[in-house]
Design a protein around this ligand. Structure first.
Ligand SMILES: CC(C)(COP(=O)(O)OP(=O)(O)OC[C@H]1O[C@@H](n2cnc3c(N)ncnc32)[C@H](O)[C@@H]1OP(=O)(O)O)[C@@H](O)C(=O)NCCC(=O)NCCS
Length: 191
């Protein structure tokens, strides 16, 4: 059971009652566009949460997708997490989405900083990485702001909605994390 408090947020495990609030996040076209899926039905979202609850109970656990809740009013405003992959299960791939009404207030940066700290501090990950479409500026800025380095720009590596898309690859290693997490990566300041 994972519970990660930050200044304004609590990252916690999903429960079935979260389905309507999570669905409201995922169906917004500005969110669906970047997760490259059509908005799910409420039933789809319920099934997703059932899957997340089941995978949270697995040993070893490889899927950590957490609900992002405001401390002030206990509102579910987003999700973030990682899948554990790689040699010796020491690599975490980060993914996230924030309710459209809460964009641009630093919430996802706060959540991802806590998540990555948990991955290195408690799960003993060696490397955390993420992929973001260069046109999805808010997404790669989050990764840079938590101190991850842009280590790749893949050209037309994905075919989404009838279009070839590029990907930025951002990553950070465990030994880089302590200092990096407090400073935006220079890639992000420069752009
Ligand atoms: C990506 C996402 C999670 C960011 O959440 P958020 O809470 O708005 O993120 P933050 O506020 O912590 O940081 C976003 C940063 O990007 C900046 N930003 C966003 N859009 C921007 C744009 N078009 N141009 C320049 N900067 C932009 C914000 O100003 C902020 O930077 P700042 O704090 O330096 O001002 C949210 O936009 C989202 O849910 N998007 C849809 C789903 C998605 O893209 N998931 C990731 C798939 S890879």
């Amino acid at each position: 059971m994972v519970l990660l408090p930050t200044g304004r947020l609590l990252l916690r495990e999903f429960i079935l009652d979260d389905a309507p609030a999570l669905n409201a996040i995922e169906v917004h076209p500005d969110v669906a566009r970047w997760v490259w899926l059509p908005g799910p039905s409420l039933e789809d979202t319920r099934r997703t949460i059932e899957f997340l609850i089941a995978s949270a109970a697995e040993t070893p656990r490889t899927i950590y997708t957490l609900a992002i809740v405001t401390k002030a009013d206990d509102r579910l405003i987003g999700r973030c997490g990682f899948d554990i992959t790689g040699p010796e299960s020491t690599e975490g791939v980060v993914g996230y989405a924030m309710h459209r009404d809460y964009w641009g207030q630093g919430y996802m940066t706060e959540a991802v900083r806590a998540l990555v700290g948990f991955g290195f501090g408690k799960l003993n990950l060696h490397r955390v990485w993420a992929e973001a479409d260069p046109r999805n500026i808010g997404s790669w800025r989050v990764l840079g702001k938590v101190g991850m380095r842009r280590e790749g720009h893949l050209i037309e590596n994905a075919f989404e909605n009838g279009d070839w898309c590029d990907s930025y690859i951002y990553a950070i290693l465990d030994r880089e994390w302590e200092g990096a997490s407090r400073h935006p990566h220079p890639d992000t300041i420069a752009q």
